[in-house]
Write a protein that binds this ligand. Structure first.
Ligand code: PB1
Length: 328
C-alpha cells in the first residue's frame, strides 16, 4: 500500500480530527438568529409548525435574547408579523409607524448595543395578496413599482435603526434601488444590504408561511424565486446583486443547494456568504430526531458544519439558541 494511502494515522484522536477539519469551525459570529416580532409587546405565541420556535412581542423578545447575548449571539434577523394592522395591495403596514419592526428597532438597539440587527424586507407578510412584490391587474409582478416600494421599506427600516436590510422579495433590480435610496439619504455607509441573491422556489418554506402568515393568496412564487434546478440563473442572480452593490450574499434554502453555495462562494470570494436553514429544514431535523431517526444535536451540527465546509460564512438558523449552548 502507498504510505500516503494510510489515512487512519491522521484521525485516531480528536486533535488529529480537528486538525483535518480546520475550515469548519463554528463560532457565535457565524450564526444569525431569525426571530418573529408581533404587535402585542408582552405576548409569546408558540408556532405549531415550528416546534420550539415562537413569535415574540418586543418585551418578551428582550427576555428571550438576554441570555443568548451573554452566550455570544451577535446578530438577529427580524420578521414582522401583523394581525391587527390591516394588509393591503401596497403592503402599507410594512413600514408604517405602527409596524412592530419599526417600533422595536430603537428599543432593541438601546437594550443590546453589541447586537447587529438585520431586517427582512418583503411585502408578503403585509400584502393582502401575499406576494413579495406589487402586482399588475392580471396578478403578475409589476417590477418597477415593486422595487420602488421595497426600497422605500428598506429605507424606513434603515431610518428606524436597522444595521442591515435583507430584501427577500427576489424582484429584479431591488438591490440597486435600495442602495440608491440609502446613498441618497446619507445612509449608504451606515446600513449594509444582505441580498437573498440565490433563493429558490423551494418546498421547504411551508412552516415559515404559517409562522409569518405570508402564504400567497393565489398562485405561487415560481415567477420570481429561482427554479430549483437552475444553476445558470442562480449564478446570474448572484452576479446581478454583486453588480448592484450587495454587501453580502445568501443562498436559500441550504441543504438541497450546497453545490450552489460552493459555486457562489468560489465565484464571489470577497463577499460574506450567508445561508438560510429555512423553516422546513428546521422542522425536518426536529421531527426526524423526534421519530428517533437520529440525535438532534449531532444531526444539526453535522448540517451546520457542512454549510461551513461548503463556503458559508454565516448561517441563519432557528437552531441558533441551541447551537450557542452546544458550541459553548
Ligand atoms: O424559514 C423560511 O422558510 C424562510 C422563508 C422566507 C423568509 N425570508 C421566504 C420564503 C417564502 O415564503 O417564499 C419569505 C419570502 N419573503
Amino acid at each position: 500500500m502507498e504510505k500516503k494511502h494510510i489515512l487512519h494515522s491522521g484521525m485516531f484522536n480528536d486533535t488529529l480530527r480537528r486538525w483535518n477539519s480546520s475550515n469548519c469551525t463554528l463560532n457565535p459570529h457565524n450564526l444569525m438568529y431569525p426571530v418573529f416580532l408581533i404587535e402585542e409587546d408582552d405576548v409569546i405565541q408558540p408556532i405549531a409548525s415550528m416546534p420550539g420556535v415562537s413569535r415574540f412581542g418586543v418585551n418578551k423578545l428582550k427576555t428571550h435574547l438576554e441570555p443568548l447575548i451573554v452566550k455570544g449571539l451577535s446578530s438577529i434577523l427580524l420578521f414582522g408579523v401583523i394581525d391587527k394592522l390591516p394588509k393591503d395591495a401596497n403592503g402599507t403596514n410594512a413600514d408604517s409607524q405602527k409596524n412592530p419592526v419599526i417600533l422595536a428597532l430603537p428599543k432593541l438597539k438601546e437594550w443590546f448595543p453589541t447586537l447587529t440587527i438585520a431586517c427582512d424586507v418583503c411585502l408578503c407578510p403585509y400584502s393582502d395578496h401575499g406576494h413579495c412584490g406589487l402586482l399588475h391587474e392580471d396578478g403578475t409582478i409589476n417590477n418597477g413599482p415593486s422595487i420602488k416600494r421595497i426600497a422605500e421599506i428598506a429605507l424606513n427600516y434603515a431610518k428606524a435603526g436597522a444595521h442591515v436590510v435583507a430584501p427577500s422579495d427576489m424582484m429584479d433590480g431591488r438591490i440597486g434601488a435600495i442602495k440608491n435610496a440609502l446613498i441618497a439619504n446619507n445612509l449608504g455607509n451606515k446600513v449594509a444590504v444582505l441580498s437573498y441573491a440565490v433563493k429558490f422556489a423551494s418546498s421547504f418554506y411551508g412552516p415559515f408561511r404559517d409562522a409569518a402568515c405570508s402564504k400567497p393568496s393565489f398562485g405561487d412564487r415560481k415567477c420570481y424565486q429561482l427554479p430549483p434546478n437552475s444553476t445558470g440563473l442562480a449564478m446570474r442572480a448572484a452576479e446581478r446583486d454583486v453588480h448592484e452593490g450587495a454587501d453580502m450574499l445568501m443562498v436559500k434554502p441550504v441543504l438541497a443547494y450546497l453545490d450552489l453555495l460552493r459555486q457562489v462562494k468560489d465565484a464571489f470570494p470577497h463577499h460574506p456568504m450567508f445561508v438560510y436553514q429555512v423553516s422546513g429544514e428546521y422542522a425536518m431535523l426536529y421531527h426526524g430526531a423526534k421519530a428517533g431517526a437520529f440525535d438532534l444535536q449531532v444531526a444539526v451540527m453535522e448540517v451546520l458544519h457542512s454549510c461551513r465546509r461548503a463556503g458559508a460564512d454565516v448561517i441563519i438558523s432557528y437552531y441558533t439558541p441551541q447551537v450557542l449552548d452546544w458550541i459553548e
